[in-house]
Design a protein around this ligand. Structure first.
Ligand SMILES: [Zn+2]
Length: 354
């Protein structure tokens, strides 16, 4: 048996609790288990040897992946506040998972099949239940390139209808083509855009693996197909990219007017935990949503005023006071593009209003 397969089996057999533990962290062997039989000692030695091998491999192959528990049965892994790169395996977005009654429901699939495989291993360290569903909050590359891994395990993929246009678009095809170069070897010729097994309208309640989920329609905001996933029994909300916590968002061609309304809608959930699409989870959703709301509102206010005054974009950007957001991570990468996209949006909204 190849070492990797033995490692996987040995790690799964231990059923150690990986909560809050990076996969590459050394684990404690309970004394009661370490002593008695030779066979048991050998098994543990194999586990240790494999863990050391995994430690070495992961150090060179990507950032650690840690399951963070936010509610009794709800977890997520947190991507870096960075641009996708071969070094980080495109680990720049979050994925959540809920250990439901009869299986595991994942929210978003991460940015490469390799990351998805690592998430499968993280989940196996927490529960032996099978992965049964993946709910996709939106079809952006960093949230979907891992889908094929879960599909191959038999999970059912569910997404909102608004994604149909993107999936079949030239934009999606070109993006994947570019990613095969930019993110090689983590995204390659084998990486595909996987279609959902089930399309939903949004707004429905679904019982998945014995646990109730509400698929809240919060788009079109960041994308046409935005879903936020509310788990009432956990009081946990997985917001997708409507919330970027502790970093600036990429606004893209978003409908920021609707996005602001959707943020208000999300504060109505009585959540004790919000897992955003990017950044740290929040146990104080109202405060963290306020930063997003403030930023989007400021973009609309400044760029809207510039459009009204027929001020060119460069002048409008130079005139705006960005000091309140300059220290927020990703400002350097995201702010100018966000401002420009909002300028174009305000022009289009102005034309529509006339
Ligand atoms: Zn994203």
């Amino acid at each position: 048996m190849p070492c990797d397969a033995r490692c996987a089996l040995a790690v799964l057999d231990t059923k150690a609790d990986a909560t809050m533990m990076p996969l590459n962290a050394p684990r404690q062997i309970p004394a009661a288990l370490a002593a008695p039989a030779n066979r048991m000692r050998q098994a543990w030695r194999l586990v240790l040897a494999c863990l050391l091998a995994v430690t070495g491999a992961q150090a060179s192959e990507g950032p650690p992946m840690v399951a963070i528990q936010v509610a009794p049965n709800s977890y997520y892994v947190q991507g870096l506040a960075a641009m996708g790169s071969p070094k980080n395996q495109n680990f720049i977005s979050n994925a959540g998972f809920v250990v439901a009654e009869e299986g595991v429901v994942i929210i978003d699939a991460l940015g490469s099949p390799a990351l998805a495989e690592r998430l499968v291993a993280v989940i196996a360290g927490i529960t032996p239940k099978p992965i049964t569903h993946v709910l996709v909050t939106h079809y952006h590359a960093d949230h979907i390139y891992g889908l094929q891994t879960f599909k191959a395990l038999g999970a059912k993929i569910i997404a909102q209808k608004g994604a149909k246009e993107y999936i079949h678009s030239e934009t999606a095809r070109l993006r994947l083509q570019a990613s095969r170069t930019d993110l090689a070897p983590w995204v390659d010729e084998q990486t595909q855009i996987v279609q959902p097994d089930q399309w939903v309208d949004g707004g429905e309640d679904m019982t998945l693996s014995g646990t109730r989920f509400h698929l809240a329609l919060v788009g079109p905001s960041h994308t046409p197909e935005d879903l936020a996933i509310w788990v009432p029994s956990e009081r946990a909300l997985f917001s997708g990219d409507l919330i970027f916590n502790g970093r600036l968002p990429f606004v893209g061609k978003a409908n920021s007017s609707h996005w602001i309304k959707a943020l208000d809608q999300m504060t109505d959930f009585d959540a004790v935990a919000v897992v955003p699409g990017h950044g740290r989870w929040s146990d104080n959703p109202k405060q963290d949503i306020a930063l997003m709301r403030d930023y989007l509102g400021y973009l609309r206010e400044t760029m809207g005023a510039a459009v009204d005054d027929l001020l060119p974009f460069d002048a409008a950007y130079a005139e705006a006071d960005w000091s309140r957001f300059e220290a927020v991570p990703m400002f350097r990468f995201a702010n100018r593009m966000n401002a420009y996209n909002t300028y174009l949006l305000m022009e289009a909204e102005g034309l529509r209003a006339k």
